[in-house]
Ligand binder design. Structure first.
Ligand code: GRF
Length: 200
């Protein structure tokens, strides 16, 4: 049974979808802990499922590195097989990424390498594109630049604002994320092999 830690910052709707999926006894993974860099609304979803949570408030640390080492200590307590970033709105320090990659994945609301960064949805709208997408990647030390594990196009419709477009993207992100976690859990997706074969 693959054990998963999920890190969030916000509402955790993608976390909720993963929690609902792993609640199926047939699903080959379980979420052992949910962590956040702030008092995230999404903790409520973990509490609904009786899953432990931890918070490492970014604001309490002088540097990203100090925050990251505390976060790493929390992850070491739980020793998950896989770390999932699902709406964590922080770049992780290199030490943590190096310690966990490729067993650390992220969802992004764009068709990477298009529109990386914290405002992928807004940037797609500003660019006036007719389609964007959703991606699941292995986290590396770049900004949303890691090897792509899954991605799918999502249309941009006339009249879309950032919220409407993001809400159309999220269900695709959730489906891709659940499928990636399932494939990692069953061994159909070998993160180390994907990472090793990724262009340097
Ligand atoms: C998701 O689109 C995620 O990819 C992005 O922020 C959003 C988080 O949404 N980083 P939620 O907190 O899961 O509702």
């Amino acid at each position: 049974m693959l054990t998963v830690a999920v890190l969030i910052s916000g509402t955790g709707s993608n976390l909720r979808a993963l929690l609902d999926a792993v609640a199926d006894p047939e699903f080959p993974a379980r979420i052992v802990v949910v962590g956040a860099d702030r008092e995230a609304e999404g903790f409520a979803h973990a509490e609904d499922y009786g899953i432990p949570t931890f918070m490492v408030p970014f604001a309490r640390f002088a540097t990203r590195e100090e925050w990251g080492s505390e976060l790493a200590e929390q992850l070491d307590v739980w020793q998950p097989d896989l770390v999932v970033l699902s709406g964590l709105m922080r770049l992780l320090p290199a030490d943590l990424v190096d310690a966990w990659s490729p067993r650390i994945i992220n969802t992004h609301p764009a068709y990477l390498p298009e529109f990386p960064g914290a405002h992928g949805v807004r940037d797609a709208l500003s660019a006036g594109v007719v389609q964007t997408g959703a991606s699941v990647i292995i986290v590396d030390n770049g900004v949303d630049s890691g090897p792509i594990l899954a991605q799918e196009r999502v249309p941009v419709l006339p009249g879309d604002d950032e919220h409407a477009l993001h809400e159309r993207i999220k269900p695709v992100e959730r489906r891709l994320l659940i499928d990636v976690v399932r494939r990692v859990a069953t061994g159909d997706l070998d993160l180390a092999a994907v990472s090793a074969s990724a262009p340097l």
